[in-house]
Design a protein around this ligand. Structure first.
Ligand code: 5GP
Ligand code: MN
Length: 319
């Protein structure tokens, strides 16, 4: 059911125990929105738990990072809030969500499955964090330096540093306000976008070397295996940004990057990015995934060659 902000604040006020959850392999928007929600709810007298099992090291600077739990003793929360996650299957800690008395989903994916009791989904928002700005203003929550840092981290990561088409006038207005409040925008930018881990750099070298141009140069394809991840000692999040190298080459419409899954050798996580006209969310939906028009993902069975064939068969129809 789609409900209003009044329904959301009523449920938050009623709840004694609240858990905040987000999607697997969490990025800046996932972690930023979760920590922002925590700071905001504390302001109105709540003590929410944030459960995220793996947090990339680059987000260690975020306010409240040390309060993140990998599990909780509470089994049955009064309220579970899911942030930036389109699909119940991808929600880490979805056992808490399932058992909670009341559930709220806040997201910006057009492919959201509306799996909460209350669903607040705005597919034109460039980041889940940007939805939170309007929401917090409506709730009379003060957006201070701490809260602003969490929110801006999500906006900067999901818009590729204010570059993607989803950016709105509000994105810049909000950033300008935060600058006035003393939030160090360039520092956040540098930490979340410009600093690469050594392992990420090593993986980039491999994916760039292996990159193939298909369909008259309109598609790039590259991959990473578990052996690669092991050899470079990759940690959670070290694959981030690799799919973007292909997308940024002249003449390319779709970049495809596949990464072997550690729990099943014969399964790959597919990431896609497009430039102008291919809706990669629709393509990924064919494999049970989803995302946004210009950035999406799915899980596909097979070895590298089989996954490539399956993906290319679908892409040929739309390229
Ligand atoms: P990435 O390629 O960075 O992993 O993901 C790009 C976008 O697609 C993100 O917004 C992410 O939430 C979404 N996405 C990635 N993988 C999946 C998936 O398996 N299922 C769904 N529904 N969305 C996905
Ligand atoms: Mn997001």
């Amino acid at each position: 059911m789609i409900m209003t902000l009044d329904n959301i604040i009523q449920e938050i006020e009623k709840a004694q125990s609240i858990v905040i959850l987000t999607h697997e392999t969490p990025d800046g928007d996932a972690i930023g929105s979760s920590l922002a929600m925590r700071v905001a709810l504390k302001q109105i007298g709540k003590e929410p738990d944030v459960v995220i099992r793996e947090v990339p090291k680059i987000f260690d600077f975020l306010p409240g990072r040390d309060e993140i739990k990998s599990d909780s003793d509470i089994e049955e929360y009064d309220l579970a809030i899911s942030l930036d996650c389109a699909d119940f299957k991808r929600l880490v800690g979805n056992e808490y969500f399932e058992k909670a008395k009341q559930t709220i989903v806040i997201d910006h994916h057009g492919s959201n499955k509306m799996y909460g009791d209350i669903n607040f989904v705005n597919p034109v928002a460039p980041a889940c964090c940007q939805i939170l700005i309007g929401m917090f203003q409506y709730f009379d929550i003060k957006i201070d330096k701490e809260l602003g840092t969490c929110i801006l981290t999500g906006i900067i990561t999901d818009t590729g540093g204010f570059r993607y088409s989803g950016v709105t006038p509000e994105t810049f207005e909000f950033t300008a306000e935060l600058l006035e409040k003393g939030v160090n925008v360039s520092e956040i930018y540098k930490r979340v976008l410009e600093t690469k881990t050594k392992a990420n750099f090593e993986l980039m070298k491999r994916t760039v070397n292996r990159m193939e141009f298909l369909e008259d140069g309109k598609v790039t394809f590259t991959y990473i295996t578990n052996k690669d991840l092991e050899e470079v000692d990759a940690k959670i999040g070290d694959h981030e940004g690799l799919v973007e190298n292909g997308r940024d080459i002249e003449g390319v419409e779709v970049s495809v990057f596949i990464r072997q899954r550690d729990n099943d050798e014969n399964t790959y996580k597919v990431s896609m990015r497009s430039n102008d006209y291919v809706n990669v969310s629709d393509v990924c939906l064919m494999f049970g995934g989803g995302g946004h028009e210009r950035a999406a993902g799915a899980i596909v069975q097979g070895d590298i060659e089989q996954v490539k064939q399956k993906v290319m068969k679908e892409l040929k129809k739309v390229i």
